[in-house]
Ligand binder design. Structure first.
Ligand SMILES: Cc1ncc(COP(=O)(O)O)c(C=O)c1O
Length: 487
């Protein structure tokens, strides 16, 4: 046992700011990580209990529980039921001196985090060929800043690719190349605010980062709930929003598809309110058991902004995304892109153009679809075997599925148990801004977990669920419940 373990928790100067860019939990994680790396909290040191820290900094206990669970997953903290939380003994922290690089956290043993593609399959050879071609053929004039909307060759290859694969109506002149969806959303929100819009609706649940982007752009984000048919369009009218951000092909994160009826209602709402929809088509390329669902933009190109990204199909590191804009927003988004960074990297844009033209993306996606499908099938089978009481949903598309557990599992305990086993996954609560009383809903990604790890990883999850079942909460052990199955 480390010599600096004391019976009293170490005093830590932590604080959080509300209304800022970062989630409260992320702020706690950052500051604790930093304190541990700098040696301010040494291996083995007892840290404040979740209850004490929550009281100290004025946040709900759940926020601290989640932050601790994340740090345990990363290997910084050791969390054991019935024992006080400590800085992990296994860490070898020498203290971070000024100017040294922060050490990267240890990877989870089983990584089921959603939204992560398998970057080990990045098509390096084909991309290298595309980059070589771009560098060899780029005219000197194109090494200047150029049009902030993007390189013409890429605008044109995206236009035909999106038309062919997603049914997007994309005149090349309406395409603006960005550094990913995150930037795309910021640019469109700023353009909407500049045109006098004040309110934008987001699906609930959603990635909580996105409404924050709208706030920073000067818009008020409002939430509209999602059910099995996707966005509840009838609730939109009551929000007074002038724009809505939607994931119609595969709702993020629930996996619901916007039903035909709701699509029609959404188009009606757009026309009646002269409103704009921002269609986040983040993973539409991955379909397993049903045909592709065409883009919403294809049905109403003058009111729908189409937003795509290379993050799920190739790699987030490329930082490449694209927008197809209605005429009313085109020039203002182009101006916003100019103000943001004078345009995205032009050599990479040419490389992507050549990658698309050669059919390399189609080839890569064919390979990845097969790989992800195999992983999904394995994951569904293993879940049915190890946690038969659970209901698995959202399996038809994308890179993750959801697992509904019986209500009596205490989520913070379950997260701590999973973190102690270094199993990483998200829960639906990560995507909600309000306190959500619903039963635990696990979000398991199969993008980056290898086939050989799925069996052992699911077993660890089942054990975490078992360990989280205390007599006090009266929970059943996985497998002891009936019903469930995959949908
Ligand atoms: C819902 C959703 N949309 C879009 C993206 C892509 O974002 P970006 O292009 O900024 O990497 C992600 C990435 O995880 C996502 O989860």
């Amino acid at each position: 046992m480390a010599s600096n373990q004391t019976s009293q928790p170490v005093e830590l100067l932590l604080s959080v700011t509300r209304g800022g860019r970062m989630r409260l939990g992320a702020q706690i994680e950052d500051q604790l990580r930093c304190a541990i790396r700098k040696g301010a909290a040494k291996p083995g040191t007892r840290i404040p209990s979740t209850r004490d820290l929550a009281r100290q900094i004025g946040v709900s206990r759940h926020v601290v529980v989640e932050a601790y669970a994340q740090l345990a997953t990363e290997g910084y903290l050791s969390l054991r039921q019935g024992a006080p939380p400590r800085v992990s003994d296994a860490l070898s922290v020498t203290g971070e001196t000024h100017g040294s690089r922060p050490s990267s956290p240890p990877a989870p043993r089983f990584d089921f985090r959603p939204s992560m593609p398998d970057v080990s399959a990045f098509p390096r050879t084909a991309w290298l060929r595309a980059m070589r071609e771009a560098i060899t053929t780029i005219p000197d004039a194109d090494l200047q800043y150029g049009d902030p909307a993007g390189v013409e060759a890429l605008q044109s290859s995206l236009s035909s690719y999106l038309g062919r694969v997603r049914g997007v109506v994309a005149d090349p002149a309406r395409v603006v190349v960005t550094s990913g969806y995150t930037q795309s959303l910021a640019l469109v929100c700023r353009a909407l605010a500049a045109r006098g819009s004040s309110r934008v609706a987001f699906e609930d649940p959603t990635d909580t980062e996105y409404p924050q982007i709208a706030s920073r752009a000067g818009l008020e984000p409002v939430s509209v709930p999602v059910d099995d048919d996707g966005l509840q369009v009838d609730r939109l009218a009551r929000t007074g929003a002038e724009a809505v951000v939607v994931t119609p092909a595969h709702q993020h994160p629930t996996g619901a598809v916007l039903s035909g009826e709701r699509r029609a209602a959404l188009l009606r709402w757009l026309r009646e309110h002269d409103a704009v929809a921002i269609e986040d088509d983040y993973d539409a390329e991955y379909r397993y058991d049903r045909g592709a669902i065409g883009s919403l933009q294809g049905l109403e190109p003058d009111r729908v902004v189409y937003a795509g990204s290379a993050s799920k199909t190739l790699a987030p590191a490329l930082r490449l995304g694209w927008l197809v804009l209605p005429p009313r927003l085109l020039e203002s988004v182009r101006q916003e892109k100019m103000r943001a960074d004078h345009g995205s990297a032009r050599i990479q844009q040419r490389a992507l153009a050549s990658f698309l033209e050669r059919g390399d993306l189609d080839r890569h996606l064919r390979r990845m679809r097969a790989r992800y499908r195999t992983r999904r099938d394995l994951l569904v089978d293993e879940l049915a075997r190890a946690i038969p009481g659970a209901t698995v949903r959202g399996i038809a598309a994308g890179l993750h599925l959801t697992v509904e557990l019986p209500a009596h599992y205490d989520e913070p305990t379950l997260l701590a148990e999973a973190a102690a086993r270094r199993v990483a996954f998200n829960t639906m609560r990560d995507y909600r801004t309000d306190a959500d009383p619903s039963p635990p809903l696990l979000m398991l990604g199969y993008g980056q977990i290898s086939e050989s790890s799925i069996h052992a990883g699911v077993r660890e999850i089942a054990e975490a669920i078992n360990a989280a079942t205390s007599p006090r909460t009266g929970g059943a052990r996985p497998g002891a419940t009936t019903g469930g199955g995959a949908r």
